[in-house]
Design a protein around this ligand. Structure first.
Ligand SMILES: Nc1ncnc2c1ncn2[C@@H]1O[C@H](COP(=O)(O)OP(=O)(O)OP(=O)(O)O)[C@@H](O)[C@H]1O
Length: 263
């Protein structure tokens, strides 16, 4: 039986006026890549922010629980147990400090050992083979893909067990997407678990062990990757599959609309 690192149980959250998340339950096990898949606004980021205990001020958890190694949240969870790779890494770095300064500050503020050799090793692990130049650069001097890799190197240096990656491929071209997917797979080999948020079924298919599908704030389907094409998939999952492969639109009788039919 796999070790449960994070267990989300009947989580609901919302503002004073409306509910955003409804009764979400799923687990993240050791050395597992879970992809949270769904369209824009379906609640993927809110789920991740709930796990990080970082919901916006106007949003609160209204019911349910989240356990980390069977324990409730405490102040040491973020950084040491979980770290996050953001969708737009440029906005996470301060443009007036070098990458090296910020890398060091993050390690020290999370009470992690800092040594330049270890930082070099982590940068090498994410295929940044000129670590000295990277550390001397300012964020605006690096591409989006390079900044994503620096964030992954920071997450590795923090030695967190779980890494949450919020759409890490969405701002990248196809080659950049593949590089980040390869790195996510490498994280699993380093005994990390990953919660990867994406709206891209192909990305989920290429790296997930388990896919959880969200629609309108609800988790409507959850399954192992090799169960993707089973007949008992939820209607919304089938629509996502059909939109990627019209053969399944025919098989499941899903109307993809006039524009798609013309292709
Ligand atoms: N600060 C906020 N206050 C109130 N509602 C919010 C807030 N932030 C997001 N929402 C709403 O919560 C819902 C879920 O948003 P969320 O960002 O989790 O979606 P998502 O699936 O991550 O979308 P995307 O793929 O576009 O990032 C949306 O309807 C959104 O409008």
């Amino acid at each position: 039986m796999c070790e449960k690192l994070i267990s989300i149980n009947k989580l609901s959250a919302g503002t004073k006026n409306y509910q955003i998340l409804h009764n979400i339950s799923f687990d993240i096990n050791a050395c597992e890549i879970v992809c949270l898949l769904g369209s824009s606004g379906s609640g993927k980021t809110m789920t991740a922010l709930s796990i990080l205990n970082m919901l916006p001020l106007n949003v609160t958890q209204t019911s349910g629980s989240i356990l980390y190694n069977n324990k409730p949240f405490n102040e040491n969870i973020c950084g040491t147990f979980i770290s996050m790779i953001m969708q737009a890494p440029a906005s996470c770095f301060d443009s007036v400090f070098t990458i090296g300064t910020q890398f060091k500050d993050i390690l020290i503020s999370n009470h992690k050992e800092y040594s330049i050799n270890r930082v070099y090793t982590m940068l090498e692990k994410v295929e940044l083979h000129n670590p000295q130049d990277i550390l001397n650069s300012y964020p605006f001097q690096l591409s989006g893909g390079m900044l994503q890799r620096v964030m992954i190197a920071i997450a590795l240096s923090l030695d967190s067990k779980v890494i949450i990656a919020d759409e890490p491929t969405s701002d990248l071209d196809v080659a950049g997407q593949k590089e980040i997917i390869d790195l996510i797979l490498k994280l699993k080999k380093e005994n990390k678990s990953v919660l990867m948020i994406t709206h891209n079924l192909a990305v989920a298919k290429s790296c997930a062990d388990k896919i959880a599908v969200m629609e309108h704030g609800r988790l409507v389907d959850i399954f192992k990757k090799d169960e993707l094409l089973l007949e008992n998939r939820h209607k919304y999952t089938k629509e996502l599959i059909a939109a990627n492969n019209w053969l399944y639109a025919n098989k499941w009788n899903i109307d993809l609309g006039e524009n798609y039919a013309e292709m």
